[in-house]
Each structure stands twice: as C-alpha cells, then as structure tokens.
Design a protein around this ligand. Structure first.
Ligand code: AMP
Ligand code: MG
Length: 492
C-alpha cells in the first residue's frame, strides 16, 4: 500500500536511480503494534513535514515501515568495510532501508532511512531488528551532537514495533527514522571498487561529488579533489569530536561518511575524566578506537577510501598512488589546524595578539594527570576570565599543579579583548551540558520500562547545550566519584 502523509513527501531518489547494482530493493518487516516513542518536531519542520500528520496512525505506519509513502523507493544499500581492521567484503544494510531522498526547506537533499526495519539480503546471521534503548540512544546523542554544532545524522522519530527482540534479554523492538545528507560511506566506495567495475565507481564518485563536494567537479582531477574534500571534512569533524570529548567507539570504514557527518551511534559516549586512553565499548579490547586514537584511525580509514578511488585518480597506478598519498599525508596538518582554531576559541584566546599554542597540550596534560572532568573544566574557565578561579580549582585534586599554566594563560588573555566579551564567547563554545553517561543510562532504562519522561527532559536539556539554566545543575555536574568506569555494549 502507498499513502501520502500530509502533503509533503516529495521524494527524488537519486541513489536508487543512478546507482543500480549498489542496493537491493526491499521493504520493511511489518510491525505488529507500532507506537510513537519520540518525534523530532523541529526536524520535521526543517524537512517541511507536518508533525501532526506524522503523529497520526498513518504517519506512524510510515515511520515504522508498515506503509511505503508515495514516491518512496526503499532499498537496502550495499557496502563493505574494515571492522576493527578486518575487511568484510559484504556488509550493507542488514537491518535498515533507505526510504528515499527529500529536499528540506533550505533546498538540501536529505536521506530518510529506517533502522531496525527487519532482515534484508545483507542481514547474514542478524535478526534485522533493533532494541528500543539503542535507537533512543542514537536519537539522544545525534541530537546532542547537532546542538553542539557538530555535523551529524539526525533522528526524526523512534517508533516501538510492539514486538520483542532477543538480546541478552528480551527487549522491546523499535525503528529509528534517520535523516542524513546521505548514507554514502567509505565502505560504499570499498564495495564498488571491489566489484572491479570502473564505470560504476565513476558513477558513485560523480554522485558523491554532486551531493557533497560539488566544487570538486571543476578541479583538474575531480576524484583526487573528492578525496581531498572528504579528508578535509573528516579532519574538521574529528577535531570537533575531540574538543567535546566524544568517543565514537566503532570507527569502522562502513561507519565513516563521505559527507563528513557523524554516523552510527552504537557504543559511543562522552568523556567524563579527560584521558586519551578512554574506551567505553565492551568489544574494543585493543583500544583501537580509544578517544586519543580517533584522528589516527580517521586517517587510516581515509587511506582505504584513497585505495578505492585509485582507478579514477589516474589510469597509471603508480601515478595514482603518488597523488593520493600526497593528499593523504595532509590529514595531520588539516586536523591540527581545525583543532588549534577550535581550542583557541575554547581558551578564549582566538583574538589574542600573543600566541602560545603549547597552552592547549599543557592544559590537557594536567587534566589527564588528575583525571579532571573535561566538560566541566572548560566551562569553568570562563568564570576565571570573569575573575573567579574557584570553579576551576574545585575540579582539580591538586589545583596548584595548574598555577603556572593559569598565569601563562592569563598573560595571553590580557591581549584577547574585554574579559566579559571573551568569557561570553567561551560560553558559546564550551558546553555546559553534554549527554553524561549516568543521565543517558537513566533515561534509556526508564524508557525501556515505559517511562519516557527522563528521556524527554534530557533531549530538552541537550537541545541548548551552551545555555546554562537554573535548576539543571545536576545535568552539568561531573560523574559521581563512585560511578567507576563506564562500559557501553554493542547489543544494538
Ligand atoms: P553496525 O555495527 O551497526 O555499524 O553494523 C555493522 C553491520 O552489521 C551492518 O552491515 C549492519 O547492517 C549489520 N547489522 C548490525 N546489526 C544487525 C542485525 N541485528 N541484523 C542484521 N544486520 C545487522
Ligand atoms: Mg554501521
């Protein structure tokens, strides 16, 4: 059955139209008793969709995959990927579908995608399902990232299916409606390159250029320019992760986008104490995706993209490798550039006449040595600019270890402008609220038990992360000292 919801799903499915061979047409498994658990009104509005219509039984049926809206052309996308360094030639959407592409109000093309919608031809041993908790987790953290100004896929809705799924226990099942500027991944290119079909690879690359990096089309070598632009977008993205203490947890090449958006919130979490060795995921035994490794892993993943693009970069393989390598080696300097710029803003010294870039790493060294709360510390720095050092000092077990650093920092700050304005600008880049682990767990546990109130409250808090509000002190407080190491499970 096809239905129109409201007036506004104007699909235009370029992926399905242009990239036959890189997907399987498919439809979602029926959900017996769909129930809307969360709807993102603001995003619905941005997409030009009628939130009221989406809340109706017909709308919920679309969001859970029970009905295919007019113009949609659901497909399971093919991709491969390196998972923890090992290549899997055929991953693909095992439990998800690209419903189609729509234009948002600003005219940007956005994918509508269902995750948890049942087994597809790519499902291998999986059940094709997703539990409610992890889908709400993706909603919460993706929206938090977006509010922090970090490029991310977003969540339009989570609908419980009315069916239990078997994990460690039986859990309520759910479908997430995900919105992304596309679902093109490094793994999409790996899959296509492995087919050995160069015209198809060129079609994919042209599609990616048109969608995400149109400037590359005019370059002397558009495919080398595509590589460079993806590299740059990812360097900027990872720098932003590092500045808010975000640990993705499963940076496999199938979980890295061509657009530069964060994708696939599985075992991800934010740092409490600053420590580059932090790993939250229960399956990341070697610490491959530890917080401090993320820039290196990103570059490794991008090398896999470069390999896939070689036949397009130059017909002469040696020349292609040389050109791609030259681009790849610019990753560290691009990353450093974005990080330095962002860190200067976090420290309030962007406009300072004096430069002391060692301030950044010297501060982080003290934070690591004393396991200081990353988010709270940066937020407390603006109080110091306003003349009150107490909040910063209260976060350290040995505040004297920061005395020399504070003196150096203040000397640079003195050349950065009027302190009130500097402190205000810092508060616009150092969040008061991030999705703290204890609150995320509390919200998801309550939701799984049927109480959505803590989830709603947390979504609200995280929608305005820089805007400190009375009554929300608990959301800004560091993790309780007795909370021990936090572990996330891949049971998604
Ligand atoms: P992820 O770790 O979520 O990025 O998924 C890695 C791969 O496993 C992708 O190909 C997914 O589609 C697939 N996958 C994950 N969970 C399931 C599941 N429950 N059923 C089928 N496929 C799955
Ligand atoms: Mg994935």
């Amino acid at each position: 059955m096809t239905v129109a919801v409201g007036t506004s799903f104007a699909f235009d499915n370029t992926y399905a139209r242009e990239l036959e061979g890189l997907y399987e047409p498919w439809t979602a498994a029926p959900a017996p008793a769909p129930r809307l658990m969360a709807l993102n009104d603001e995003l619905a509005e941005e997409l030009g969709l009628d939130a009221g219509a989406l809340r109706s039984p017909e709308g919920v049926d679309v969001l859970v995959g029970n009905t295919v809206p007019d113009g949609a052309r659901p497909v399971a996308q093919a991709y491969s990927g390196h998972q923890f360094g090992n290549y899997s030639p055929r991953l693909g959407d095992g439990r998800a579908l690209l419903l189609g592409e729509v234009h948002d109000r600003a005219g940007h093309r956005r994918d509508l995608h269902l995750k948890g919608s049942g087994r597809t031809p790519f499902a291998r041993g999986g059940d094709g399902k997703a539990p409610l908790g992890p889908m709400l987790r993706e909603y919460l953290i993706g929206e938090a990232m977006h509010a922090l100004g970090i490029p991310s896929t977003r969540a339009l809705a989570v609908v419980a299916t009315g069916e239990d799924v078997a994990r460690e226990a039986m859990l309520p099942g759910a479908v997430l409606t995900r919105v992304a500027s596309s679902h093109l991944r490094v793994g999409t290119f790996q899959y296509t390159a492995a087919l050995g079909d160069v015209p198809m690879l060129r079609r994919l690359a042209d599609h990616a250029i048109a969608r995400h990096h149109p400037g590359a089309a005019a370059a002397e070598n558009p495919y080398l320019a595509l590589l460079e632009r993806v590299l740059d977008a990812q360097a900027s993205l990872i720098a932003r992760w590092m500045m808010v203490g975000f640990v993705h947890g499963v940076m496999n090449t199938d979980n890295m986008t061509i657009s530069g958006e964060t994708i696939d919130y599985g075992p991800c979490a934010f740092l409490d104490a600053y420590d580059p060795a932090t790993v939250f995921s229960s399956i990341d035994h070697g610490g491959r995706y530890a917080f401090g490794n993320q820039p290196r892993v990103a570059q490794w993943n991008l090398a896999r993209l470069a390999e896939a693009l070689l036949p397009l970069i130059d017909a002469d393989q040696e020349a292609a490798v040389a050109a791609a390598t030259e681009v790849l080696t610019t990753f560290p300097e691009r990353y450093d550039h974005y990080r330095r710029d962002g860190m200067r803003a976090k420290l309030g010294v962007s406009a300072a006449g004096e430069r002391d870039d060692a301030l950044i790493d010297d501060l982080l060294e003290v934070l690591a040595a004393q396991r200081v709360d990353h988010t709270a510390l940066f937020r407390a720095l603006s109080a110091a600019v306003r003349g009150n050092d107490a909040p910063v000092r209260s976060l350290l077990t040995d505040p004297s270890a920061l005395d020399a650093w504070m003196a150096r920092w203040k000397a640079v700050l003195a050349t950065a402008g009027e302190p009130g304005a500097v402190a205000d600008a810092m508060d616009r880049v150092n969040p008061a609220y991030i999705p703290r682990n204890q609150h995320v767990e509390e919200a998801l546990t309550a939701a799984t038990g049927g109480d959505m109130e803590p989830f709603r409250r947390l979504v609200d808090v995280l929608a305005r992360p820089f805007d400190e509000r009375a009554g929300l002190e608990a959301y800004a407080a560091p993790a309780p000292p007795d909370s021990g190491p936090y572990t996330t499970f891949c049971g998604t």
